[in-house]
Design a protein around this ligand. Structure first.
Ligand SMILES: Cc1cc2nc3c(=O)[nH]c(=O)nc-3n(C[C@H](O)[C@H](O)[C@H](O)COP(=O)(O)OP(=O)(O)OC[C@H]3O[C@@H](n4cnc5c(N)ncnc54)[C@H](O)[C@@H]3O)c2cc1C
Length: 430
């Protein structure tokens, strides 16, 4: 039986197209012992659990709601090398050599995604091809400079500049003066991918408990993780709770900001209309700071994302703005039916580089992918498993990235970020 939508799982196109069957994941109860307790059933947690089980650890995974409840099951599904920030942020903080290592690991993250899908036959519609579209002349210069810099300093040759007819062959609109085509990027059904990792983890021996929010982590060696009705004693704890974490790890408060992002899915467009939108089935994001992104689903719906909110409420007029944008880009879609609309929370760091770290000797965490975690979260799982097994060099490269707290404390943080976003929205219009 495939899973049905429940109060624990937000309605979305993804929930209505689940293709992965899992063994039952009841709530945790009673006393349990494991080598590692993983908290969070998104890509970070499922990937970590799978890598750890493959290394021979006994692993228990706790998910507060249902697997894929968080960003992993709601995302745009676009997978890309790189980070949520420009690689120059890493260069400035850690130097060129370390930045090269980070860049190569971000490419490994994309390869790892594809390998997992193949190895575990995950039915998540992986497709290759990505467009970074310029919206204005300033973006053309910036994207071309990025292409040159990545080729020169990082040996990255997977980007091609497209304009005119070459671009229209990939996205059927005149809205963009040009775009960088990235052959190492692509897209997939994020919830099926997440559930596919969870299924692989179960088969590797991981015990998964849903509807089991971790209430406290009592530090120590071993550590103890408590839920309402159960307790797990474990030598290591891995936290992949990201924007949905709340106050589980008080030390991390202020290192990420939670922001909601919204997506709509149209009715199925059919082959002919879909070919008048994205003829080669690429994914696309525009170069604005507050960016829009879209792709086709396997059944030819347009999945279109964008818009942010910081107070947990959907912005007013969201649907009308999305409709207008879609019709402006693709007049052929004027009046198209919207079947689904949903939102999810992104964890943003101040510098938009991901935040990986260790608290004490045995609590590992990875968070703050800043809207760029589909591939990186899989890699963070691998790196945390390596580190727990005693090879922490690669994890430590990421963990060395300095992260500042958002200014203003809990009450001022949101208004400050709203102000900053208004500034960037204004800048996007120039
Ligand atoms: C709308 C949207 C669109 C996005 N689009 C893209 C995109 O196109 N490309 C891209 O690269 N990235 C995208 N992202 C970001 C990407 O989805 C995330 O970076 C990534 O999924 C993070 O995975 P995660 O496992 O770390 O966190 P999540 O998937 O958020 O999982 C965290 C899980 O932890 C659980 N949890 C929290 N607290 C507890 C607790 N105390 N006990 C037990 N469980 C707990 C939550 O219920 C949740 O299921 C998008 C995000 C959103 C919201």
């Amino acid at each position: 039986m495939f899973r049905a939508t429940t109060p624990d799982s937000p309605a979305s196109y993804y929930r209505d197209s689940i293709a992965v069957e899992l063994d039952p994941c009841p709530p945790l109860s009673g006393e349990n012992r494991a080598d590692v307790c993983v908290i969070g059933g998104g890509i970070t947690g499922c990937s970590a659990a799978l890598h750890l089980a493959e290394r021979g650890y006994s692993v228990v995974l706790l998910e507060a709601h249902e697997l894929g409840f968080g960003a992993s099951g709601r995302s745009g599904g676009q997978i890309l090398p790189g980070l949520g920030t420009d690689i120059s942020t890493v260069e400035q903080a850690l130097g060129r050599e370390r930045a090269r290592e980070v860049w190569e690991m971000s490419r490994e993250a994309v390869r790892l995604t594809a390998e997992r899908i193949e190895q575990h036959a995950i039915p998540c519609d992986l497709a290759w091809g990505y467009l970074h579209a310029a919206v204005k002349p300033r973006h053309v210069r910036e994207l071309q400079q990025l292409q040159e810099r990545l080729a020169r300093d990082y040996g990255y040759e997977a980007l091609t500049w497209l304009g005119g007819d070459a671009l229209r062959e990939r996205v059927a609109t005149d809205a963009y003066p040009g775009a960088l085509y990235e052959r190492e990027g692509g897209h997939l059904h994020p919830l099926n991918y997440t559930l596919g990792l969870a299924r692989a983890a179960q088969r590797a021996g991981v015990t998964i408990y849903e509807r089991s929010p971790a209430r406290t982590i009592r530090r120590g060696q071993p550590a103890t993780v408590e839920t309402e009705r159960g307790r797990i004693t474990a030598d290591f704890v891995v936290v992949g709770a990201n924007a949905y974490m709340g106050r589980l790890l008080p030390e991390l408060e202020g290192r990420i900001m939670r922001a909601a992002n919204y997506i709509i899915a149209t009715e199925s467009l059919g082959e002919a209309r879909a070919a008048q939108v994205l003829p080669r089935n690429d994914a696309l994001s525009d170069a604005n700071f507050v960016l829009d992104y879209y792709r086709l689903s396997a059944d030819k719906r347009l999945i279109y994302g964008g818009e942010v909110s910081y107070d947990g409420r959907e912005p007013r007029g969201l649907q009308q703005r999305m409709d207008a944008k879609i019709a402006r880009l693709f007049p052929v879609l004027e009046g198209v039916r919207i079947d689904y609309r949903w939102g999810g929370d992104v964890a943003i760091t101040l510098n938009r580089a991901p935040d990986f770290g260790r608290l004490g000797a045995n609590v590992y965490y990875a968070q703050g992918y800043s809207g760029h975690g589909m591939a990186l979260a899989g890699l963070s799982g691998r790196l945390m498993a390596e580190a727990i097994a005693g090879q922490s060099e690669r994890f430590d490269v990421f963990a060395a990235m300095p992260h500042r707290h958002f200014p203003g404390g809990e009450r001022l943080r949101t208004p400050l970020l709203v102000l900053a976003t208004h500034f960037y929205k204004l800048r996007d219009r120039l």
